[in-house]
Design a binder for this molecule. Structure first.
Ligand code: PGA
Length: 253
């Protein structure tokens, strides 16, 4: 089963318009030459349109960081799937910062995921345990449950567009990445296992699973060496062109 590696940059709440366009202008020529890796940037909403314009003709792809599940209406401040569909191919769903600071629950993550899939956007579904949950020995059970709930009522025919990111909350932005062995245990033992229970082993072998949490140029390769890890969701290091390019290079098969 060949799964194309994906290296995705989550810029979070960073980069003004000018900074965003300048960053992709530096990234494009370097990432365009990496043919066997899919690379993706997820700027803030405000920069999507100008970055989409800058990316015309490039292989570097564009994603959003969130979406609302209804299509249109009186929902001040929200952005819907049909709006994003005009601009980008991917959307991050259920990032732990959204769960932690903005009241996202497994239920709203499921609504967002279904809205994305229903509008032909490719969701990057983020799941992962907190430090307290890990220390309580609940990691595998909890991650499996997050995945199960996120996929409620998602039909098998829509799964080809789905990407899953395993992001232990304690590893995000802390400089303390999970060990490749820990990531492997959760990805195979909870994510692919649960996916297999829900949709069968073939589907579980087809879905792309990324690792995220303090990935940088120094440790990226140690994750990508593992067959079950198909790339990375990169936060801090994706804001620096040189680091992000090095991570994408490390993902090349
Ligand atoms: P980090 O963030 O690479 O800065 O740890 C990862 C993420 O939040 O997706």
């Amino acid at each position: 089963m060949t799964r194309v590696p994906l290296v995705a940059g989550n810029w979070k709440m960073n980069k003004t318009l000018g900074e965003a366009v300048r960053l992709v202008e530096v990234l494009m020529p370097q990432l365009d030459s990496l043919e066997r890796v899919e690379s993706l940037v997820c700027p803030p909403f405000t920069a999507l349109a100008p970055v989409a314009e800058a990316l015309r003709g490039s292989r570097l792809k564009l994603g959003a960081q969130n979406l609302y599940w209804l299509e249109a209406g009186a929902y001040t401040g929200e952005i819907s799937a049909p709006m994003l569909k005009d601009l980008c191919e991917y959307v991050i769903v259920g990032h732990s910062e959204r769960r932690q600071y903005f009241g996202e629950t497994d239920e709203t993550v499921n609504l967002r995921l279904r809205a994305a899939l229903g509008h032909q956007l490719k969701p990057i579904l983020c799941i992962g345990e907190t430090l307290a949950e890990r220390e309580a020995g609940q990691t595998l059970q909890l991650v499996g449950q997050q995945l199960r709930q996120a996929l409620t009522e998602v039909p098998a025919r829509e799964l080809h567009a789905l990407v899953i990111a395993y992001e232990p909350v304690w590893a995000i932005g802390t400089g303390r990445a999970a060990s490749p062995a820990d990531a492997l245990e959760v990805i195979d033992g909870a994510i692919r296992a649960t996916f297999s229970e829900l949709y069968g082993s073939e589907a579980a072998g087809r879905v792309r699973v990324l690792y995220g949490g303090s990935v940088g140029p120094k440790n990226a390769r140690s994750f990508f060496e593992l067959e079950t890890i198909d790339g990375a969701l990169v936060g801090g290091a994706s804001l620096r062109a040189e680091d992000f390019v090095q991570i994408a290079e490390a993902a090349a098969p």
